[in-house]
Design a protein around this ligand. Structure first.
Ligand code: AKG
Length: 477
């Protein structure tokens, strides 16, 4: 009996190891297989293309993209901020690349360089992997505008484990260098590493997960003992070579460490497509509504403004992203054309039919000089403009898009009591889309502020509160 126990204990010990992140060939992994094996099971995967893919280096980026803006962070895990990084300092990309490749540089990370606007010579040639092409996030007024972004990291720099805003899935292509990834998928950490009543649990759970205290996820012996053996969680590890792509599923904790010998250059983007919709709604949006408490309709539609937090033009809220994911403010004209395949980043970023014809997020956020000749000239968005309650122009760029009007209508449904307090995202979608189509039909031309005011005033007269539930007759009681 004792011997049996010993064998079982030894087996448990041996199995308390990191799990390997699967590696798939880009040539054989179809979109269908990718969705069935990885998206559905919320598992990470490394996708490796054939050797004849173009070989870009940091020198190409220095030459092609020049002095565009990037933000430099020092790796400071002790601060326990997002990704274990300190305060960001604005820099020029070519200077940052020079600095990273010099000797004895500190552990720096550069984030946020907008490849779409800042580096057309690259995006016109670089292809986006087929499995990420149906991205809907790039159409959102409320997500990050710098899609895809260039990330550069010094030797031995790393990002501490974190979950991306709104639990958004994430892809990253390593262009130069080598990266080790550690990933804890959502089904592996929830209930095991985030216990609300468990003081020893390493993660804060819920819709806005984070590390409770700094923890070195690259110390494999520590992870194997504290998380895998003691808490029975599966933690995934994998090494990316130059050219590889990484997929990080909805709500997964992830972090990466750059090689000791060489700095790294990568491009990445948050994204979601129809196969992630339900996962985001169930794991992020609905728990966020529950956590905010009070009226579910207000929690679904208010964003920062309804909660009395002063909004900023540059500030985007997760609540607005949920309205987009749920299809409440989605514009059907933006998903009409699929890019030809294999598609360059440029073709994908500018694939929506009205991109150049009308104001859309991509054309609005690119500085006129950078996109001269392709899209209408536009002034850059006003920085730091403060939103007032009632403003429609959430992005603060001088235009009102159908998505922004959609948010306003969703909020009006709550203010005017046009929908019951417990209206679901689907109820909101039906009401907002009907109102949107009446005011500004899909594909219709940009409306002036005056025309919008008039149309809204007209519709508002029909926004009557739903009838209160009928009182039961005495006999029924
Ligand atoms: O390259 C890295 O360190 C990973 C970056 C990352 O995880 C992110 O941007 O969310």
């Amino acid at each position: 009996m004792e011997r049996l126990w010993l064998v079982a204990a030894l087996a448990a010990r041996c199995s308390a190891e990191l799990s390997a992140i699967a590696v798939e060939s880009a040539e054989t992994l179809t979109v269908k297989k990718f969705r069935a094996r990885y998206v559905r099971h919320q598992l990470p995967v490394i996708i490796r293309p054939s050797l004849n893919a173009p070989n870009w280096t940091h020198l190409d980026f220095k030459r092609m993209c020049g002095a565009g803006p990037i933000t430099r962070y020092e790796v400071q895990p002790e601060l326990n901020q997002w990704g274990g990084l300190g305060v960001g300092v604005p820099m020029e990309l070519d200077k940052m690349i020079e600095e990273l490749y010099a000797k004895n540089v500190r552990t720096y990370y550069g984030f946020g360089f907008d490849l779409k606007c800042g580096c057309p010579p690259f995006t016109e040639k670089a292809e986006l992997l087929k499995v990420f092409e149906e991205d809907r996030y790039k159409h959102s007024e409320f997500g990050k505008s710098n899609w895809p972004e260039l990330i550069v990291g010094s030797r031995d720099s790393f990002t501490a484990l974190h979950v991306d805003k709104g639990m958004m899935p994430f892809w990253l292509k390593l262009i130069e260098g080598e990266k080790d990834f550690r990933v804890v998928p959502l089904p592996e950490w929830r209930g095991k590493l985030d216990g609300a009543d468990d003081a020893g649990a390493p993660f804060v759970g819920g819709p806005f997960p984070s590390l409770k205290a700094p923890f070195d996820a690259f110390d494999d012996a520590l992870v194997e003992r504290r998380w895998i053996q003691e808490r029975n969680a599966s933690v995934y590890a994998g090494t990316m070579e130059a050219g590889d792509w990484m997929y990080i599923p909805v709500g997964a904790f992830h972090g990466a460490k750059n090689n000791l010998r060489t700095p790294s250059v990568s491009m990445s983007g948050n994204y979601w497509d129809k196969t992630h919709r339900r996962q985001i709604l169930e794991n992020f949006c609905e728990p966020m509504v529950a956590e905010r408490g009070g009226s579910p309709l207000r929690a679904r539609t208010m964003g920062a403004r309804g909660l009395g937090i002063p909004g900023e033009a540059a500030h985007t809220t997760s609540g607005f992203i949920c309205l987009d994911v749920a299809g409440v403010v989605a514009d059907p004209t933006e998903v009409t054309k699929k890019p030809p395949s294999p598609a360059t980043i440029d073709a994908v970023a500018f694939s929506a039919a009205p991109v150049c014809a009308e104001a859309t997020r991509a054309s609005k956020t690119c500085l006129a000089a950078q996109y001269a000749g392709r899209c209408p000239d536009r002034a850059p968005p006003a920085k730091g403009a403060t939103l007032r309650a009632g403003d429609l122009d959430l992005a603060g760029d001088g235009d009102v898009s159908r998505q922004e009007l959609g948010v306003f209508l969703a909020q009006a449904a709550a203010f005017y009591g046009a929908l019951p307090d417990d209206a679901s995202y689907d109820d909101l979608k039906a009401w907002v889309q009907a109102e949107l189509s009446a005011i500004w039909p899909p594909g219709g031309p940009q409306m002036s502020h005056y025309a919008l005011d008039r149309a809204l005033a007209n519709r508002a007269s029909s926004w009557t509160p739903p009838a209160p539930p009928k009182k039961k007759k005495a006999a029924e009681l």
